[in-house]
Design a protein around this ligand. Structure first.
Ligand SMILES: [Zn+2]
Length: 59
């Protein structure tokens, strides 16, 4: 269990960037940016995130 990037775990204070629900997944972009998604939006954007080679971390 050695993540390539050290990020704090998602907490109840982390919110989905799309709808404001509690975040369940963090998507780390190759550029270093990150996006937070609830379960619903993580699934919805999963295909696009794969295209972008984002690293998905479930919290
Ligand atoms: Zn959402």
């Amino acid at each position: 269990m050695t993540p390539t990037l050290t990020r704090p775990e998602l907490t109840a204070a982390d919110r989905c960037d799309r709808c404001g629900a509690a975040a369940r997944v963090r998507a780390i972009l190759p550029s270093g940016g990150e996006l937070l998604f609830c379960g619903h939006h993580a699934r919805e954007h999963q295909g696009k995130l794969r295209e972008l080679a984002a690293e998905l971390q479930e919290g």
